[in-house]
Design a protein. Structure first.
Length: 296
């Protein structure tokens, strides 16, 4: 009962307090044309954008670390995602950003913003992780661990690298197929469903790559989430080549902007944190049931 109480208090704080505050902070960042169709690092004043990004990351990630330590890691991850969802949902349209600033530097800044957000999220998850503390039942929860030693172990195995690559590919495919408009709601939705697809694809790929004597093991979140967050860094750089900065305005006007360019950097991290555990859990439950059926 106490755990459930702490859980709902944490969600109330993230959804009703920290989320709206962070949304107001991104609302203070102005684009080069005076509108709010911008991200943190692509606005008119880079200094104010950096300051706003620092405040949003500070509030959301410190909150996540506290919740992760007081409640559990998975709850901390979820509540960071809630705040990021608030920010992504109330941000401007990337299509309008490309319309007023169709330069290579815009895509490079988006990539840099994705790198900063992803790196700071990983740092927060490392700080959240107490390897001795698991989920609500008190058992060790290796799946959600993000301590450095565990990440090194996860990424050092072939299955870890394969799951990260599968997550990256799944993110590209989902965003390309389902990213139809640059509306913030679709940016959030594509990021979320890309995270689910990455959780599914990454866990399936890792399970297929796992040795027969390790089939009963679980796939860690870390490689898969990192794969999704890498999307925020790599996809804007892909945009430098296809369609290229010179073709952005034409694609915006025709409504055919590639889906991987309509997801904001913070929406990718939101999708990694919220979507991956959902898709991952579907695979893990299926594998567990198959194992129990075989044992019977």
């Amino acid at each position: 009962m106490l755990y459930v109480f702490k859980q709902w208090i944490a969600r109330a704080v993230s959804l009703c307090v920290v989320g709206p505050i962070c949304s107001a902070i991104i609302g203070s960042v102005v684009a080069v044309d005076g509108s709010h169709h911008t991200t943190f690092l692509t606005g008119h004043n880079l200094g104010s954008g950096i300051g706003a990004l620092a405040m949003v990351l500070g509030l959301s990630l410190v909150m996540g670390v506290v919740i992760g330590r007081v409640v559990d890691r998975r709850e901390g991850i979820l509540n960071i995602a809630f705040v990021f969802g608030w920010v992504a949902w109330t941000s401007g349209r990337l299509g309008e950003l490309y319309r007023v600033a169709p330069e290579s530097s815009t895509l490079i800044k988006l990539s840099a913003e994705g790198f900063v957000i992803s790196a700071m999220v990983i740092v927060a998850l490392v700080l959240t992780t107490d390897p001795k503390k698991g989920a609500a039942n008190g058992q060790v929860d290796d799946v959600s661990r993000f301590d450095l030693a565990w990440m090194k172990t996860s990424l050092g195995k072939a299955e870890g690298m394969i799951s990260m690559g599968a997550a990256l590919v799944a993110s590209l495919v989902v965003s390309y197929l389902f990213g139809q408009t640059d509306l913030p709601g679709q940016s959030v939705g594509v990021g979320f469903f890309a995270g689910i697809a990455a959780g599914l694809g990454g866990a399936l790929a890792a399970n297929s790559a796992r040795k027969n004597d390790e089939k009963d093991g679980s796939t860690a979140f870390a490689p898969i989430m990192i794969g999704v967050m890498l999307s925020s860094v790599l996809f804007p750089l892909i945009g430098l080549v296809k369609p290229g900065a010179g073709g952005l305005v034409e694609l915006v006007v025709s409504g055919s902007l590639p889906g991987y360019l309509i997801v904001s950097p913070i929406a990718w991290s939101m999708g990694a944190l919220m979507g991956v555990p959902i898709g991952h859990s579907w695979v893990e439950h299926s594998v567990q049931q198959a194992g129990e059926a075989q044992a019977a």
